[in-house]
Design a protein around this ligand. Structure first.
Ligand code: ATP
Ligand code: MG
Length: 235
């Protein structure tokens, strides 16, 4: 068996004096897996993703990604971790409307100091690959939601991350655009990209992942093949 890409060991995180957002969560994800994290609102899904991305630290427990202890990183180390290992896609895209589509996609490589020629080449390649090359010089606020999410996925892939994290990537899209993003994630995973997808949507989990982890009240309640998840179990 290959080395885990993500390993969480008894991770707990609590905000202020509320109940734990995550309670002693242990989880292993291997390279090439596509995993859905499913659970009701407030169950701890985004908290889990943020810990893996190094956007947040656990109170107790360890978070290891690609062999590195993320829970021990400072701000600079965590920023480097996100830039080099992680691509993130969010519900509301988080694109910069002042920049063109190309410049949005190229931004992570510029921040990482990749040479200009190579950055432009790779950005152009990604735009073409994701079917948005005709919008290269457009600003994101002129695009449809589905197109914006494609730009966000292209940006997430720019630095060839070991891990693609998506938090409700179809949550703001209509059905057709959502299916489009779902197909895209499926294709990327078929090419070997490891994907962790947070969603409320069982159909999305089934269409683009093979494994579904359900969370309730900060605990993992089920970890099973996506096709085996019963609809009534979701909410
Ligand atoms: N920055 C924060 N400060 C205080 N409490 C927080 C913070 N972030 C999350 N929480 C709390 O932690 C719990 C888990 O939140 P989290 O955002 O992980 O849920 P979620 O499963 O992603 O929900 P949703 O489906 O609505 O996005 C909730 O009770 C939430 O109110
Ligand atoms: Mg959330």
């Amino acid at each position: 068996m290959s080395m885990p890409l993500i390993e969480l060991c008894e991770v707990s995180r609590r905000y202020d004096d509320g109940p734990p957002a995550l309670h002693e969560v242990s989880l292993t994800v291997r390279p090439g897996e596509a995993v859905a994290i499913l659970g009701p609102s407030g169950s701890g899904k985004s908290t889990l993703l943020n810990l893996i991305a190094g956007l947040d630290r656990p109170d107790t427990g360890t978070v290891t990604v690609d062999g590195a202890r993320i829970d021990q990183l400072g701000e600079t180390g965590a920023a480097l971790h996100r830039r080099t290992r992680i691509g993130m896609v969010f519900q509301f895209f988080h694109l910069l409307d002042d920049l063109t589509v190309t410049d949005n996609v190229a931004l992570p490589a510029r921040l990482a100091g990749l040479p200009r020629g190579e950055t432009e080449r790779r950005a152009a390649e990604l735009l073409e690959r994701l079917g948005i090359d005709r919008h290269a010089r457009t600003h994101p606020d002129r695009l449809s939601g589905g197109e914006r999410q494609r730009v966000a996925v292209a940006r997430a892939l720019m630095n060839r991350p070991a891990l693609l994290l998506a938090d409700e990537p179809t949550g703001a899209l209509d059905t057709a655009a959502g299916q489009d993003v779902s197909r895209l994630l499926t294709e990327l995973n078929a090419e070997g990209q490891t994907v962790v997808l947070v969603t409320h949507d069982l159909a999305l989990a089934r269409s683009c992942t093979s494994r579904t982890i359900r969370i309730a009240d900060g605990r993992i309640t089920h970890d099973q093949p996506s096709r085996a998840v019963a609809p009534e179990a979701v909410r």
